[in-house]
Ligand binder design. Sequence first.
Ligand code: SAM
Ligand code: DTB
Ligand code: SF4
Length: 333
Amino acid sequence: MKKLNASQPFFANDEARSSPITVQEAKTIYNSPFNDLLFQAQTVHRAHFDPNAVQMSRLLSIKTGGCAEDCGYCSQSAHYPTGLKASKLMEVDRVLTEARKAKDAGATRYCMGAAWRSPKDRDIHMLVAMVEGVKALGMETCMTLGMLTQAQAGELAKAGLDYYNHNIDTSERFYPEIITTRSFAERLDTLETVRMAGIKVCAGGILGMGETVDDRISMLLTLANLPVPPESVPINQLIPIPGSKLANAEPVDAIEFVRTIALARILMPTSHLRLSAGRTAMSDEMQALCFFAGANSIFVGDTLLTTDNPGDDHDAALFRRLGLSPMPLEPAI
Ligand code: SAM
Ligand code: DTB
Ligand code: SF4
């Protein structure tokens, strides 16, 4: 077993490395002394990113609630009495008005989410118009719409969609305890469809659903060992939704959360790692540790899809306290 040694950084996706990283190797990294783990993660982080720059994305729910899937964590599943009102697909103009506000507030990526198992072909022309409109504002575009066919992914790619978010959420083992209306394998199929269409992949998961540490490690290994690791990896802390299956899930331990972020950074050195849902429940100190462990992206603004987010004032104060600055958009080549 490879021993973690702070003076010999362990770069999982090193060019020199030909074999995928093993479960045992990942466990060794995860379980190393906290200071060694964080030093290692920060070392990897600095080799690839400006350590004080944080990418800022903004979310909008373009179609809310009434979803056919039974995801146990979600406010939008029709299977649970969460009290959320369902709505139709939002008009393109309204989406663009909201995107403009997000850009003015400093966001560089606009992420549009729909509570669907998969989009209907008849909706694609509106989705295409949204992507084109947001791109024309000079922002990166991201969508999360459920499963896609090859043809749908192709249309969205042609419109200029930069990223597609599709989370694997947890380990393959634990997945059926959280969602029964679709499989882990279907999730991976959609990720492949998106990749083949030439869209960048955003895929991550949720901590705090009752999974074990081994499940978290397994989830990260699945992501890191994809043929090409996701360019963007959102790590969400469960926001417990009253009425949902996971309303009373045991909260994840903060140190374990930070360890998971550090392992994700070490396993996926060049991916943007997003400290996603759940920041309202985190202290500034915990968020600071997450940034030190290699998180370098957040959702900004006072709402996520259907739940609260810290908001611009709080985040501006946090950035000031930590000396962080917004990551500029890379110029398109
Ligand atoms: N319907 C699409 C799908 O499931 O792929 C897109 C929207 S869905 C809300 C996007 C992701 O948000 C989920 O995969 C899950 O990881 C995350 N999410 C949803 N509800 C959450 C909650 N209550 N707490 C934390 N993360 C959540
Ligand atoms: C992701 O991993 N987190 C975002 C985004 N991808 C689409 C969604 C978080 C949703 C939090 C619960 C809500 O607001 O409904
Ligand atoms: Fe539907 Fe997505 Fe929520 Fe699952 S996570 S219930 S697919 S909106």
